[in-house]
Design a protein. Structure first.
Length: 267
């Protein structure tokens, strides 16, 4: 019977390497997903993804769901199978089941992590450092229709000594968290690389920064399927506005049912 390293041993192995032990690093990840994002439709109650063993030996494919602390998804995400042996060159289909007693009214985000754990027959004194795969999971409510350029609905503003980005829609919007304020190419790193529905996150501006009229923010947006779209630009609001007066830079449709709003977007 083939023995595999446990996750506890994995942690210990990395600690040994940091402490100065001899480390043997494998080239890249032992497993490779066939897509860069896992989409779960509420109507289907599950999503699936193929994960290939890229090694020349069997690996134990271990799958774990990581929930986001700031996402209020009410339900369970269950990987099936959570652990399974995959032969060299073979692809294992992993299903992620979504179970909830409540209907969704907006999009949600989570993460799925894949680790290919090799057999425990490494030579004495050598440590294997394994690289896993960590992908986004998007959970869509019934009636959702994909919206192009959804990042246009983000609203950016300077509030005191902070840069804030807010999302008043029912969509989860992802972007690269390193942004640039213009003019003068002022770099700012946002605390999160996503904006959940009806959320806002802020970060401190560089010391001495003074926003000017007409200032903009340049950022890289991330599509639903994880394509990065560079050099997106949005107006940077400086004056405080009331929540009822704020409008997104892409022309946000009125609040209402998700399906109605997205239909308006494509008219």
């Amino acid at each position: 019977m083939t023995k595999y390293y446990t996750t506890v041993t994995l942690t210990a192995m990395m600690s040994i390497a940091i402490a100065g032990g001899t480390a043997h690093a494998r080239s890249g990840s032992a497993v490779q997903p066939d897509t860069s994002v896992l989409v779960i439709e509420e109507a289907d109650k599950e999503g699936s993804i193929g994960v290939k063993n890229t090694q020349d030996q069997p690996v134990l494919l271990y799958t774990k769901i990581q929930r986001l602390d700031d996402d209020d998804l009410d339900g369970a995400l269950v990987p099936v199978p959570a652990a399974v042996q995959v032969q060299p060159g073979e692809t294992q289909v992993v299903r992620v089941l979504f179970r909830s007693n409540k209907s969704l009214s907006k999009e949600h985000l989570a993460r799925v992590q894949f680790m290919g754990i090799p057999p425990s027959h490494e030579k004495a004194g050598r440590v294997s450092l394994m690289i896993g795969q960590d992908l986004p999971v998007v959970i869509r409510p019934k009636g959702y229709r994909p919206v192009e350029n959804k990042w246009e609905y983000l609203k950016w503003r300077v509030q005191g000594d902070q840069l804030c980005v807010s999302n008043d829609t029912k969509m989860a919007i992802r972007f690269v968290n390193d942004v640039t304020l213009q003019p003068n190419n002022v770099p700012v790193s946002m605390p999160k690389a996503y904006a959940l529905p009806s959320s806002e996150n802020c970060t401190a501006l560089p010391a001495g920064y003074a926003a000017q009229a007409g200032a903009t923010v340049t950022f890289s947006a991330v599509s639903d399927y994880s394509y990065v779209v560079n050099d997106r630009k949005a107006t940077l609001d400086i004056a405080r506005e009331s929540a009822s007066e704020e409008r997104p830079s892409g022309g946000q449709a009125p609040a209402g049912e998700l399906e109605s709003r997205t239909e308006n977007k494509h008219e």
